[in-house]
Design a protein around this ligand. Structure first.
Ligand code: COA
Ligand code: AMP
Length: 638
């Protein structure tokens, strides 16, 4: 039978989740080990390890020093955009974290207070996260590619006491000033913070406001290093905002102990990483991959984590990933399919990658977006290692489906992230909530309880958590993805069932784009859809209807593009927008976004019987073709 061990573990975790997770408690050092493994008294809200006490920072840092690993590199920073590269040992990390935590305490930050971290890919960002964990403060990292308005909405939701930021991030085009964005966000936000601690980077210094801002180094001068405080297993470790279907981001809340147990277990089971091994996740700390697998996962087990401030191409070339792998002897490597597509585009023969000795590498892991089979096969040939697709979400914090390379490597089926990871009971459901037959598509759902490490709620909005994820199919978590399972239990994730799009592995809400575009005085109505893109997987494309009298607006499209860049951020990669006469709708007024998406991607589509005005679809088709999308030759499905 295929996957005998994986299936046996799935069964154990399903039949007795308490016993399954209890055996992994020894992966952590506890102040007080839990006696109650799972609290289901408040279902559908579940809590793991409820009466346990521990500290995540202690487990990710101090205990390795105490165990004699102090000299081992914890974080290997490599920054082709600044020319810097250095390692930080566990002992150094402990000192830096304790000192910054001391500075936070000196500023009045206490257990349970929120701290927003708006920082680039520098080791100080990881230090900042761990410093919060050390004193029981809840961090909320905001990705640097977001604009001031996005930062402001997160500040208003999380209500932090302090913001930690830096003068700039560095993109291949040069330094990107962060401080003016932070200043603008704090001006826009209703909530006011008490203090900002700013890391000055020599590439672009920031102007500090005397009343509010403190220099990073000065804030730490003369303070006492802070010790780790004990927190309850269920206390929040962090809030990470992610796109929902509306414009308002969702604050995913992660607890301390469930998170640490799950990540520590996953490092060996999924990524085959042992203490002392070198692991590299080429993502950004602003995303969940960065939280779980640049910072917490590798450090929790005492591995070395590479923190890379650069791109797959252009810093300086398409061989960059090969250089890093060979220079630091990376054993397991994780990135997004987009990154591999970018390398393939610039260096189809992979000759720049292959000029390096890649013999340390044992596997490449891909996630963040659907991986097209051609990219997976190309990567496998280029790197000569298994390429492991795995599927997860910000909400889950770690893989839902994966090939357990560390304990039960399975045959790879191209296009599938393999089987449900033990602890997740994945089922594909039809509209009525019944399980569909093998091979049939439906809504991918996970039977409750979710395993440790997954979201416990949405920050300050339990009702939204219940409504968004747990109401559609009682007893199940709705993933928002659609797909099917084959006869061997391999899952195939094909698309989203909502209006979330995935641009270069970055999850974005079309609802948010629409909200921003609708602010323009000329715009009467708008629809934004995700269209297929060879490099970034998807790109947002806007279709706007103008208010009467605005038909001749000059430079309107440029203005709309600028508006989205200013309000959402450059990472939105919003460049495609056009004016149309009308939008296709059903008679009840629902815009036919799914039909337009299929049209743009040249897929067969059905004209819904409830369409109000079929001519609107023809106009959209013509507009899409003018923009280079869709094709008039594709016939509507019967
Ligand atoms: N701070 C400020 N700006 C940022 C930023 C950051 N942290 N990250 C990205 N941006 C900006 C970029 O400079 C770019 O701006 P531009 O429009 O002025 O050129 C824009 O946001 C889009 O950036 P990006 O998505 O990186 O696209 P790109 O066209 O510059 O590069 C790839 C394309 C494929 C190389 C790049 O998308 C990539 O490396 N993708 C990997 C995806 C990934 O790691 N995802 C994480 C989830 S696992
Ligand atoms: P994020 O929360 O940003 O990690 O995005 C999660 C979403 O990205 C998922 O719900 C999927 O739509 C998509 N996704 C992530 N990994 C995969 C994968 N391996 N295959 C297909 N889609 C994926």
């Amino acid at each position: 039978m295929v996957a005998e061990l994986t299936k046996a573990l799935q069964q154990q975790a399903q039949q007795n989740p308490q016993a399954f997770w209890q055996q992994h408690l020894q992966l952590l050092d506890w102040h007080r080990p839990p006696e109650q493994i799972l609290d289901d008294s408040n279902a559908p809200l579940y809590r793991w390890f409820v009466d346990g006490q521990m500290n995540t920072c202690y487990n990710a840092c101090d205990r390795h020093v105490e165990a004699g690993r102090g000299d081992q590199i914890a974080i290997q920073y490599d920054s082709p955009v600044t020319g810097q590269a250095y390692g930080i040992s566990y002992a150094e990390l402990q000192q830096q974290v304790a000192l910054l935590a001391g500075a936070l305490v000196a500023q009045g930050v206490m257990k349970g207070d929120r701290v927003v971290i708006y920082m680039p890919m520098v080791p100080q960002t990881a230090v900042a996260m761990l410093a919060c964990a050390r004193i029981g403060a809840i961090h909320s990292v905001v990705f640097g590619g977001f604009a001031a308005a996005e930062l402001a909405s997160r500040i208003d939701d999380a209500k932090p006491k302090i913001v930690l930021s830096a003068s700039c991030g560095i993109e291949p085009s040069g330094p990107v000033a962060y401080k003016p964005l932070l200043d603008a966000a704090l001006e826009q936000a209703q909530h006011q913070v008490e203090c900002c601690i700013i890391l000055q980077r020599p590439q672009l210094l920031a102007t500090l406001q005397t009343q509010r801002d403190l220099d990073w180094d000065e804030a730490q001068q003369g303070v006492d290093p802070a010790e780790c405080v004990n927190v309850a297993a269920t206390d929040p470790l962090y809030i990470l905002y992610t796109s929902g279907t509306t414009g308002t981001p969702k604050g995913v809340v992660r607890d301390n102990a469930g998170h640490a147990v799950a990540l520590a277990w996953s490092m060996k089971a999924i990524y085959n990483i042992d203490p002392g091994d070198v692991f590299w996740a080429a993502s950004d700390v602003g995303w969940v991959v960065g939280h779980s697998y640049i910072v917490y996962g590798p450090l929790l087990i005492g591995a070395t984590s590479v923190l890379y401030e650069g791109k797959p191409v252009g810093t300086p070339d398409a061989g960059a990933f090969g250089r890093v792998i060979s220079q630091y002897q990376v054993k397991s490597f994780f990135t997004a399919p987009t990154a591999m597509r970018a390398i393939k585009r610039d260096d189809p023969q992979a000759s720049q990658l292959q000029q390096y000795d890649l013999s340390s590498l044992t596997a490449l892991y891909l996630a963040g977006e659907r991986c097209d089979p051609a990219t997976l096969e190309w990567a496998q040939n280029a790197l000569q290692v298994p390429v492991v697709d795995h599927w997860w979400q910000t909400e889950t914090g770690w893989a839902i489906c994966a090939n357990l390379m560390g304990i039960d490597p399975l045959p790879i089926k191209v296009g599938s992230p393999a089987l449900a990871v033990p602890g997740y009971q994945v089922e594909v459901l039809d509209e009525m909530g019944n399980a569909v037959a093998v091979g049939q598509s439906g809504a991918i759902s996970i039977k409750l309880p979710l395993p440790p490490g997954t979201l416990t709620t949405l920050w300050d909005n339990e009702q939204r958590y219940l409504d968004s994820y747990l109401s559609q199919y009682p007893g199940y978590y709705l993933s928002g993805d659609a797909g099917y399972v084959d006869e061997d239990g391999y899952l195939y994730v094909m698309s989203r069932i909502d209006d979330i799009i995935n641009v270069a592995g970055h999850r974005l809400s079309t609802g948010r784009f629409e909200e921003v575009l609708a602010q323009h005085p000329a715009v009467a109505e708008v629809a934004v859809i995700g269209v297929a893109d060879k490099l970034k997987g998807q790109l947002p494309l806007g279709l706007v209807v103008l208010k009467a009298g605005h038909l001749g607006a000059v430079n309107l499209e440029t203005e709309l593009v600028r508006l989205v860049r200013e309000q959402v951020g450059p990472v939105a990669a919003f460049k495609l927008v056009t004016v149309v006469e009308k939008l296709p709708k059903t008679r009840s007024g629902k815009i036919l976004r799914a039909t337009m998406r299929k049209m743009a991607d040249s897929q067969p589509y059905k004209v819904p019987a409830t369409i109000e005005d079929p001519s609107a679809l023809n106009l959209i088709e013509q507009a899409l073709v003018r923009m280079g999308y869709g094709s008039e030759s594709v016939q509507a499905a019967p």
